[in-house]
Design a protein around this ligand. Structure first.
Ligand code: NAD
Length: 481
């Protein structure tokens, strides 16, 4: 099943990493991951790992990001459990051969697509949802029958420690491993040959991953970020919009790849929206947000400094928030207005609790502005008018799209999750995750029948044979059978 390349010609990582990989390769080649029963057992064990250790997971996430328990359960525990239930309910059908339509020449053959595991795959995770963004892709990889190396982010150290401790207690040590470390160790790991690399993180590091993958011609999934716009046009209830916007933007203190990055709206909408945002923030988090147990912190002092740099450089006007506390890695939910297209806040993905509002009177001009930027991971439009929603949907491109809300579209396993253009390529979640880690092998099982028909292709060639052959191989030829 497994093609072993000439390892002598290929750069290798550290020796301990090579040992781990050798162990996983041997397991994969033995075929142990192929039976459905094995995959089910591992997915069920993964479920137990999450269920038995929910409190420890919540505590680790609190240590790393001061993540509120509510958000931890919603976005790191339940989303993973739901994906596991979904995979276990659908695995049997996902693994079935997919029969394809035939022509007369292949009428008696078995023609189908067979899903096969890719081999030993690598999953590299970021720190913002450090549990979800490792385990969710891993579910697809296990379901598809692969051996898996996961590389947690060193930045979210408490979750990294916990995953490293728990994984070998629940999952097959021969088939699944955690390799730890920062940039140096990750680059060494990337020198090894994998059969797929699934990377979630920044565009800068994605280039490092892609270059390393090129050496081995390894296929890659890149789950990246970008600036997700939120257009608010036409009739819209400012209070309703503010509730959804505040929740989506300040969940995890804005450190979400699908967080609305900036708002585009008319001056009149902005004037109604800003007081509504101020009110909703107070309703959600109280008058002293720093004291609220429901607001996460910025992950490290380095990330805090980057965000404060953006805030210090903006030429816009802070109308909500702006308070900060370096020791506490705290930045208050902040709204900035009068932001120009070339402002510091529009240069890069914000990835923190700062919301710039750009005022542009016409929807068409707003759409044009978004087109001047790279394609984002998510695109949001808030409006009571379906014609506005339709216009934005039809005149934009992004990984995902959601009207009148933010983030929630990514929690539905039936929808593919992934980027387009600079926000990445490849998809996962639900069946898409199983597909991401499967090879679709084209299979034609032929017998010896219909030799008269087959003989049409053999020399000596003639015009008559050619005309019969063209007919038997056309898709229409089957309709007579
Ligand atoms: P990051 O790129 O800094 O780190 C991600 C992983 O890469 C970590 O495991 C880290 O150890 C490793 N890494 C870091 N520097 C490296 C280097 N020089 N060489 C090799 N490996 C290296 O990303 P991050 O800061 O953890 O995450 C933030 C970014 O990720 C944002 O842009 C965000 O939008 C994006 N993101 C995307 C998704 C998605 O699903 N599309 C989800 C979360 C975050």
């Amino acid at each position: 099943v497994f093609f072993r390349p000439n390892h002598k010609q290929i750069p290798r990582g550290t020796s301990s990493q090579s040992q781990v990989l050798e162990r996983l390769r041997t397991a994969f080649e033995s075929g142990v991951t192929i039976p459905e029963k094995f995959r089910r057992t591992q997915l069920t064990n993964l479920m137990s790992m999450i269920k038995d250790n929910e409190e420890q997971i919540v505590n680790a996430l609190h240590k790393d990001l001061t993540k509120p328990k509510f958000e931890a359960i919603l976005s790191e525990v339940d989303i993973v459990m739901n994906e596991l239930h979904y995979a276990l309910s659908n695995l049997t059908s996902w693994m079935q051969p997919e029969y394809v339509s035939k022509n007369l020449a292949t009428k008696l053959d078995d023609c189908f697509v067979r899903r096969e595991p890719l081999g030993v795959v690598l999953i590299i995770g970021p720190w913002n949802y450090p549990m979800q963004l490792l385990i969710l892709p891993m579910i697809g990889a296990i379901a598809a029958g692969n051996c898996v190396v996961i590389k947690p982010s060193e930045v979210s150290a408490a979750t990294d420690n916990l995953i490293t401790e728990l994984m070998p207690k629940y999952l097959s040590k021969d088939c699944y491993a955690v390799v730890r470390g920062g940039p140096k160790e990750t680059q060494a790991l990337l020198k090894n040959r994998f059969d797929h690399i699934f990377y979630t993180g920044s565009q800068a590091v994605a280039r490092v991953v892609l270059q390393a993958a090129a050496v081995h011609l390894t296929p890659v999934t890149l789950e990246l970020g970008g600036k997700c716009p939120c257009l608010i046009y036409g009739r819209v209830n400012a209070t309703a919009a503010a509730h959804r916007l505040v929740w989506a933007k300040f969940f995890n203190a804005g450190q979400s790849c699908v967080a609305p990055d900036y708002v585009l709206c008319s001056k009149a909408t902005r004037d109604a929206l800003v007081p509504a945002l101020r009110q909703v923030l107070e309703d959600f988090y109280g008058s002293d947000i720093q004291k609220s147990p429901d607001m996460s912190r910025i992950v490290t002092p380095k990330h805090w400094t980057r965000l404060m740099g953006l805030l210090n450089r903006t030429k816009g006007k802070v109308v909500v928030g702006g308070e900060h506390d370096e020791k506490d890695r705290y930045i208050a939910p902040t709204v900035v207005v009068d932001v120009a297209e070339d402002d510091a806040l529009m240069e890069e993905e914000i990835f923190g609790p700062i919301l710039p509002i750009l005022t542009i009177e016409s929807l068409e001009e707003s759409i044009k502005l978004t087109k001047r930027k790279e394609k984002p991971l998510a695109f949001y439009v808030f409006s009571d008018e379906s014609s506005v929603v339709k216009k934005v949907l039809e005149n934009s491109s992004s990984g995902g799209f959601c009207s009148n809300d933010g983030i929630v579209h990514m929690a539905l396993p039936g929808l593919p999750f992934g980027g387009v253009g600079n926000s990445g390529f490849g998809h996962y979640h639900g069946h898409w995750g199983f597909e991401a880690f499967s090879h679709r092998r084209a299979v034609m099982l032929r017998g010896w029948a219909l030799e008269k028909l087959n003989a049409l292709r053999y020399p000596p060639y003639s015009d008559e044979k050619l005309s019969w052959l063209r007919w038997t191989t056309s898709p229409k030829s089957c309709s007579i059978m």
